[in-house]
Design a protein around this ligand. Structure first.
Ligand code: NAD
Length: 316
């Protein structure tokens, strides 16, 4: 297939997530046109993506069936929005997490594309009904919420607007699967979607346990990294219940239901996360990982996530 026969995806906003989506779409063999409102930013993003893709190829971590040269031939940056959107069947918005900015972007996008083009937002925590409120044909709008870094953490939460057509959900699900992501469908919008609701529940109980003097900051993190996290990378909480009793989930509930309810009913209120409350957490965390080591630690984390992605691929 020649470069020009390939279908086009437009990426609007070329910061961290715009670059990440670009790399994922390129790995799926799509032509990607990047646009950014800030002059020169989209061209910079192309350079950034080029470096990352070349490095991935060197480390044999490049995704997809095309090599780095073939993938990079599919990429272009644009200073003009309508040129960036021309020919696209799917648009992924990646601008600042600001409701007014996103509403204005979608309102503008609609004027440049046909009614059958899917308009997708990367928002982390704004509701689809708010983001797409200025769009006239909202039935083709959807949220595709990635997890950072999307190249190695494949989950994408698909969250519909109340008017999103089932065919839009199905086509987006098919696209995400085809490019190697792991999409999940939310049947309806909810604040925090699924991932952040679970994440915040874990943060809240971790916070309460430290605040109540039950455990240290360092040890509560170990509860996750050396305990729950070891299996959660492969089996979710419900499958874990199924596997953790000899006769499966029904057996698990028979054995542990009362204990779960007793413990759950002892949970405290939502933490305030106030400055005064946070002081101890910040001090302990900085003693364990000083600010001077943050970038080293981040790089180490990214390499470990990359290794885990490799391991997961081997188990597929
Ligand atoms: N960073 C993460 O970990 C993460 C994870 C999941 C989802 N998200 C979501 O992805 C989106 C982008 O986040 P990010 O971290 O890439 O932000 P970022 O600040 O790195 O990039 C935003 C880019 O959007 C551009 N921009 C701003 N207004 C624009 C406009 N009107 N038109 C075109 N471009 C415009 C900016 O110039 C900038 O380059 C946000 O909604 C965020 O919540 C972020």
């Amino acid at each position: 297939m020649s470069t020009h026969d390939r279908k086009i995806i437009s990426v609007i906003g070329s910061g961290l997530i715009g670059c990440s989506w670009t790399m994922v779409f390129l790995s799926g063999g799509y032509r990607v046109k990047i646009y950014d409102k800030q002059p020169g930013q989209a061209a910079k993003a192309v350079q950034n993506v080029r470096l990352q893709i070349e490095e991935l190829q060197q480390n044999q971590m490049l995704r997809g069936n095309l090599n780095s040269v073939e993938q990079l031939a599919l990429l272009s940056s644009h200073e003009n929005l309508s040129e960036a959107l021309e020919g696209a069947f799917f648009v992924q918005e990646c601008v600042f997490e600001d409701l007014a900015v996103k509403q204005a972007v979608f309102h503008e996008l609609e004027g440049h594309v046909g009614k059958d083009v899917i308009l997708s937002s990367s928002t982390s925590c704004l509701l689809p009904s708010s983001i797409f409120s200025e769009v006239q044909s909202r039935m083709r709008c959807i949220v595709c919420h990635p997890v950072n870094p999307p190249y190695f953490v494949r989950l994408v939460e698909l969250v519909p607007h109340p008017e999103t057509l089932p065919v839009v959900m199905d086509s987006t699900f098919a696209l995400m699967t085809q490019i190697g992501q792991a999409p999940v469908r939310l049947m309806k919008e909810i604040d925090g979607f699924a991932l952040n609701r679970i994440q915040y529940a874990i943060i809240a109980e971790s916070w309460r346990l430290v605040k109540d003097g039950v455990i240290s900051v360092q040890d509560i993190d170990l509860v996750m990294s050396e305990g729950l996290g070891m299996r959660y990378a492969f089996n979710g909480p419900l499958e874990t219940m199924h596997l953790n009793a000899p006769d499966g989930l029904e057996d698990y509930l028979r054995r542990y239901k009362e204990g779960m309810q007793r413990v759950l009913s002892s949970f405290g209120p939502v933490p305030e996360f106030s400055d005064k409350e946070a002081e101890v957490f910040i001090q302990d965390m900085c003693k364990h990982i000083p600010s001077s080591q943050l970038s080293v630690r981040r790089e180490q984390r990214n390499n470990l996530v990359m290794g885990l992605a490799k391991l997961k691929k081997m188990t597929e």
